[in-house]
Write a protein that binds this ligand. Structure first.
Ligand code: NAP
Length: 287
């Protein structure tokens, strides 16, 4: 694609944004869709956030993604946010709609789509979430909106796990939510259907570690590690060797990006499936 006077600008803002795969994903999507658009990444200091957003409006930037640490803070500078972003309490996608900046959140739906893609029904499942950081929040809230049987949270810092429990209960008080540390002594392992690792364990510099041992879980348990670099984390490797079904983090990463594009470009579902072909290309950046 040639950059011309009419090339539209999209971008990522965050701090740090080094090694983000978003420019690769979005510029490849623009290529597939034949869109005259470009996607850049900007490392932004918090003190400059307000001026930057005003500048985006002045320059008519078409849309942008927001990453750590601004997913909550950005809301102060937007004209409106979607009901989903409001429930999650964070924005990762902003669309410029005729000069108004509207915030959305595609993290939760991006996470859930991995299950839809794999034909896994979440109804009546007992789910164990490992971690209580930013990603666990999006995951916990999106699961809270589904007909899940129970949620268990295992996290090193119990205080953070209790905050997440409170948040899920506020959304849906019908789902029992239990809390434990990563020893999982209080959790009935044999009843868990799906384990989701949303801790940073497995990612550099902890790529040789696992968040939990898999002893005591049923052989039918699905192990979903949202860490995507490396693609085959230690947890995934061990789970595969033990015969568990496994899901990696790359599809969540790609799905939330595709859903941002859906918002920006008003794409249809069949356009979205076409964009999944990028997954193979991304793998080469994750070695
Ligand atoms: P975060 O907010 O920093 O949370 C990190 C989590 O990991 C916390 O629960 C933290 O526990 C736990 N943790 C970190 N080091 C630990 C250790 N040594 N021992 C035990 N627990 C430890 O990070 P995040 O944004 O939630 O991201 C978490 C992971 O998910 C990252 O690897 C990230 O790359 C991945 N992710 C993937 C996607 C995707 O699209 N696939 C999207 C978002 C995030 P404490 O509360 O005890 O500190």
């Amino acid at each position: 694609m040639e950059i011309t006077w009419s090339t539209k600008l999209y971008c990522l803002i965050g701090n740090p944004i080094d090694k983000s795969l978003s420019p690769i994903i979005h510029n490849n999507i623009f290529k597939i869709l034949n869109e005259n658009s470009i996607y850049l990444a900007f490392n932004v200091e918090e003190k400059n956030l307000k001026n930057l957003i005003n500048g985006f409006k002045s320059m008519n930037v078409q849309g942008f993604n927001v990453t750590i640490p601004y997913k909550k803070k950005i809301i102060d500078y937007l004209d409106d946010i979607s009901p989903e972003a409001n429930i999650i309490g964070a924005v990762n996608t902003v669309k410029n709609q005729n000069g108004k900046l509207i915030g959305y959140n595609t993290d939760g739906e991006g996470f859930l789509r991995t299950f839809y893609d794999e034909n896994i029904d979440l109804k009546n499942k007992n789910i164990l979430i490992l971690g209580a950081g930013g990603a666990a929040y999006g995951i916990g809230v999106s699961l809270g909106l589904k007909e899940i049987k129970s949620i268990s949270i295992g996290n090193r810092n119990l205080e953070k796990a209790y905050l997440l429990q409170k948040r899920i209960n506020k959304i849906n008080s019908n789902i029992p939510v239990t809390v434990d540390n990563l020893s999982l002594n209080n959790i009935e392992k044999e009843n868990i259907h799906i384990i989701i690792n949303s801790t940073s364990i497995g990612m550099y510099p902890m790529e040789n570690l696992v968040p939990i041992e898999l002893n005591g879980f049923s052989k039918d348990t699905i192990i979903y590690d949202i860490v995507y670099k490396p693609q085959n984390t230690q947890l995934i490797e061990i789970a595969k060797l033990k015969g568990f079904k496994t899901l990696g983090g790359l599809s969540m990463l790609l799905n939330q990006a595709i859903l941002s594009q859906k918002i920006w470009l008003d794409l249809r579902e069949d356009d979205l499936n076409r964009l999944k072909s990028i997954e193979g290309k991304l793998s080469t950046y994750l070695k």
